[in-house]
Design a protein around this ligand. Structure first.
Ligand code: KIV
Length: 300
């Protein structure tokens, strides 16, 4: 049985008192259902889907429509976790009006409960406008992947004192603009701690050390399925990539040898007495069939 739905005030209340927030990304209903059942607090439809789902080298081409499409699937399968959707590149940078319009779409068309956007002081006005409209906003500072070209790659930020001071003031600007929590990505652990101790809203780290109020990982990373890049901050909690390759090899072998499908996976013919007469077969299926095919050949 899943516990109560985690709300935005519920996330805010974790600051200081815990328990730490365990956030993961999700992009489809099957994964979302499993992560929700496992007790993840927040499911993020991240624009990382451009890389791990679409196979792109970065997140820049992802659109609001794509986030909404994946958001509907995730929200449909999620009972307890909070569902947050990313505002993709160029869906909020142009103006506060554009940001509000895009954020509204993520709630109306993507069934998200909150939105996340990358940036600090320069997008504080956008955050303010979205929050004023009653839409909860999660901030994201430090390594902001939508600025990959400006940063010269996916690089740890805040290593020098100047850079650290900039990230800290970005986090403060977001707090003042009304965010309910902030993702800290790719920062030295000491800076992660400083920001966490400075702001009054929870911080959720990814490669920002152990002192944050929570952690987030990309679901394909923590399950060992995305094997193109393995950043230092990723811990694989399973090796599903290896398991999938192994299962595929066994499937290919059994299909080629004829071992699969066996009788247990095959349907028989209905035994009609004559056309139009009842078959005598049990007309009720015990379990509802999956939407994509019959569970049994005993159906009407
Ligand atoms: O897009 C994403 O998945 C993210 C998380 C890694 C925080 O922004």
């Amino acid at each position: 049985m899943l516990a109560e739905k985690l709300t935005v005030p519920g996330v805010r209340a974790r600051k200081g008192q815990g328990p730490k927030i365990a956030m993961l990304t999700a992009y489809d209903a099957t994964m979302a259902r499993l992560l929700d059942e496992g007790g993840a607090d927040i499911l993020l439809i991240g624009d990382s889907l451009g890389m791990v789902v679409q196979g792109l080298p970065n997140t820049l081409p992802v659109t609001v429509e794509e986030i909404c499409y994946h958001g509907r699937a995730v929200a449909r399968a999620t009972q307890r976790a909070q569902v947050v959707a990313d505002l993709p590149f160029m869906s909020f940078q142009v103006s506060a009006e554009q940001a509000l319009h895009s954020a509204g779409r993520l709630l109306k068309e993507g069934n998200a409960e909150a939105v996340k956007l990358e940036g600090g002081e320069t997008i504080a006005e956008q955050v303010r406008r979205i929050v004023q409209a009653g839409i909860p906003v999660m901030g994201h500072v430090g390594l902001t992947p939508q600025s990959v070209h400006a940063m010269g790659g996916f690089r740890v930020q805040g290593k020098s004192e100047d850079s650290a001071a900039r990230v800290l003031s970005d986090a403060k600007a977001l707090e003042q603009a009304g965010v309910y929590c902030i993702v800290l990505e790719g920062l030295p652990a000491d800076l992660g701690r400083r920001i966490t101790e400075t702001v009054d809203v929870p911080t959720i780290g990814i490669g920002a050390g152990p002192h944050c109020d929570g952690q987030v990982l990309v679901c394909y990373d923590f399950l060992g399925m995305y094997r193109d890049i393995k950043p230092k901050f990723v811990k694989r909690f399973a090796e599903l990539g290896d398991a999938i390759v192994d299962a595929t090899r066994r499937y290919v072998t059994e299909v080629r040898s004829g071992e699969f499908p066996a009788a247990a996976h095959s349907f028989g013919m209905a035994r009609h007495k004559a056309d139009g007469e009842p078959t005598g077969a049990k007309p009720v299926i015990d379990a509802p069939p999956p939407a994509y095919g019959p569970a049994s050949d005993e159906g009407p």
